[in-house]
Write a protein that binds this ligand. Structure first.
Ligand SMILES: Nc1ncnc2c1ncn2[C@@H]1O[C@H](COP(=O)(O)OP(=O)(O)OP(=O)(O)O)[C@@H](O)[C@H]1O
Length: 239
């Protein structure tokens, strides 16, 4: 069953058509990658799926609910993390997590915050103000916040972009494990092809606002006569 179904989405910014006639689905528990060169339309697509911007055409259904008509209910079942979304900088890490736990009306907020602090190894950082964190540390707080409500769908825009290779590897492992345990689906953008090969069940390649190829990493490599997803990317990006 699809928990996300986007049909024929279009988004224009003045003369620029960022997304044109884009359709995609994410199944229950599935991890789907959304790839493409800079400016392909990935973030714009995610922002339409999250209701942050309104499509000029097309329709988004989350968990069988049309987003335009059931916004609160649909959005309460998902979460989002991206490096460009700022957390309140003056708050301390624990205060941020407590605030989101209240916002999400969690049943056991204290326990859940403690679980996330442990999972993302935030213990030494809980008393630090968010503005004093490194970008990698901030990413871990973002991901902890994004998993607080055990979302059925986790939308991640370049989740490991600011992490060093060791932290990136650990976070990838964590996300995969936690998503599997919770039965959460994930929709992930990334420019790290090894990350996508490791995490994603299926991949959509975007170029110029449209999806130009879909499949597993192995299917796409076979289709493009490529060694791996990195080579597929280069072939797609260079037309
Ligand atoms: N608010 C906006 N106003 C005007 N143009 C925009 C706006 N947001 C995005 N665009 C344009 O839409 C196109 C798609 O941008 P988008 O950010 O979705 O690409 P992307 O695939 O996420 O790129 P990247 O990999 O660089 O993050 C680009 O040409 C961009 O300049």
């Amino acid at each position: 069953m699809s928990i996300l179904r986007a049909s024929h989405l279009v988004k224009r910014f003045g003369p620029v058509t960022a997304v044109r006639d884009l359709s995609l689905t994410v199944g229950e528990g599935e991890v789907v990658g959304l790839l493409g060169p800079n400016g392909a339309g990935k973030s714009t697509t995610l922002h339409m799926l999250l209701g942050l911007i309104t499509p000029d055409a097309g329709r988004v259904e989350l968990f069988g609910l049309e987003l335009a008509r059931h916004r609160t209910e649909a959005l309460s079942l998902l979460n989002f993390a991206a490096g460009y979304v700022d957390l309140p900088g003056v708050l301390r890490v624990r205060e941020v997590l407590d605030a989101f736990a209240r916002l999400y009306a969690l049943r056991r907020p204290r326990e859940r915050v403690a679980e996330m602090v442990e999972l993302f190894e935030l213990g030494p950082l809980v008393k630090r103000q968010v503005m004093a964190l490194s970008s990698g540390q901030r990413t871990r707080v973002q991901l902890a916040k994004a998993l607080l409500n055990a979302p059925r769908l986790l939308v991640l825009d370049e989740p490991t972009a600011h992490l060093d290779p060791d932290a990136g590897d650990r976070v990838r492992g964590l996300l995969t494990r936690v998503a599997a345990e919770n039965g959460s689906a994930m929709l992930v953008t990334s420019h790290n092809m090894r990350e996508v090969e490791r995490m994603c069940d299926r991949v959509h390649f975007m170029a110029d606002g449209v999806i130009v190829a879909t499949g597993t990493a192995a299917e796409l490599a076979g289709h493009y006569g490529a060694e791996d997803l990195e080579e597929v990317f280069l072939k797609v990006a260079r037309g």
